[in-house]
Ligand binder design. Structure first.
Ligand SMILES: Nc1nc2c(ncn2[C@@H]2O[C@H](COP(=O)(O)OP(=O)(O)OP(=O)(O)O)[C@@H](O)[C@H]2O)c(=O)[nH]1
Ligand SMILES: [Mg+2]
Ligand SMILES: [Zn+2]
Length: 314
């Protein structure tokens, strides 16, 4: 007789998948068909009538954290309730990669908080803030939420923990996302010390991370609220393709474009905010320049460049 149980994927390594269920110890399973490709934090149906058990079905996902690499889709995690997007000034993070991550999360309606990690490194703070200005909506629109953390200080996670306490509920799934070397696995180890995730010093010569985490992995943990939940560590990336998203989905990361358009719309409804005449974004940049508002001018121009990079189709 077939015996099916529902289980959660902790990590997938090709055809071997680590799963965990309420009733069984963590175990390695096989996949029943070539069409199945479960990813960390997927819910699956396990067939226990064979040994080792076989995954028969991946249950519908509420959302996915994904990026595109050429024609290949890379799904990093599924069923996320909250994403923590780590940035840092050491090494200086890429605003373009951060904007791309933000767009991908907004397109999937995944709530997120930007985590300014390595806050103990005082000399790196100004760079973190300067780079973040390019990621945040401008024109007085609400900023994406942020929190400061330090994995090196005893009190370094207090702000994040109180935020997580407010958001706490049974089974909350929190994913750690961001470029290599930002400290995702270090933060995981601080929040869930039993995880023992591998971490590695950054390359000082290249000012980059070393791509230490190579596969996404979910961990069970007790949230600061005292409730059980899941933390998902994901590998850092050097590219974050968004060719699967539409222009209006890219625009979610640039809410000021819609704001400017609602005042004096661009002359062309499909304006790319590149060189078109009568463009509301280019006009706003000129107005900022005329008013001597250098900070707004520079921020708008930097944001417009990031937008054009996303629109370039990669
Ligand atoms: N000073 C300081 N260093 C930190 C902090 N968090 C992480 N680091 C260091 O940053 C380096 C990279 O940390 P990891 O946790 O491996 O980074 P990661 O984001 O998981 O990187 P990938 O797995 O390559 O994507 C390590 O040397 C950590 O010790 C922090 O809050 N302060
Ligand atoms: Mg890591
Ligand atoms: Zn325009």
């Amino acid at each position: 007789m077939t015996r099916m149980i529902s289980a959660r994927v902790f990590s997938a390594h090709g055809r071997s998948v680590w799963v965990h269920s309420d009733r069984e110890e963590p175990m390695v399973c096989q996949l029943s068909g070539r069409a199945l490709s479960p990813i960390a934090n997927d819910q699956v149906l396990l067939d226990f009538s064979v040994q080792p058990p076989v995954i028969r079905e991946v249950q519908p996902r509420t959302n996915v954290f994904r990026r595109q690499e050429g024609s290949r889709t890379k799904i990093l995690a599924a069923n996320i309730d909250l994403a923590l997007v780590l940035v840092s000034g050491h090494p200086g993070f890429s605003p373009e990669l951060a904007v791309r991550v933000v767009a991908s999360l907004l397109a999937e309606s995944i709530p997120f908080v930007i985590v300014k990690n390595k806050w103990d490194l005082e000399s790196a703070r100004p760079l973190t803030e300067a780079l973040l200005r390019q990621v945040q909506p401008c024109m007085s629109l609400p900023a994406w939420p942020t929190v400061m953390t330090s994995c090196k200080r005893d009190d370094g996670l207090d702000g994040l923990k109180s935020l997580l306490t407010q958001l706490g509920r049974p089974g909350l799934c929190v994913a750690l996302a961001g470029q290599s070397g930002m400290g995702k696995s270090s933060l995981l180890n601080r929040l869930a010390p039993h995880a023992h995730a591998q971490t590695q010093t950054i390359s000082e010569a290249l000012q980059t991370g070393k791509h230490t985490t190579t596969v996404s992995r979910a961990y069970s943990w007790i949230q600061p609220s005292g409730q059980p939940g899941f933390l998902i560590d994901t590998p850092g990336f050097q590219q974050f393709g968004l060719s699967h998203l539409s222009r209006s989905e890219h625009a979610l990361a640039f809410p000021e474009w819609a704001h400017l358009n609602s005042g004096q719309p661009c002359r062309f409804h499909n304006c790319r905010h590149d060189q078109e005449p009568g463009c509301s974004v280019l006009s706003a940049i000129s107005r900022a320049q005329e008013a001597g508002d250098r900070e707004l001018q520079v921020t708008l121009e930097a944001r417009r460049k990031l937008w054009l990079a996303l629109e370039a189709g990669s």
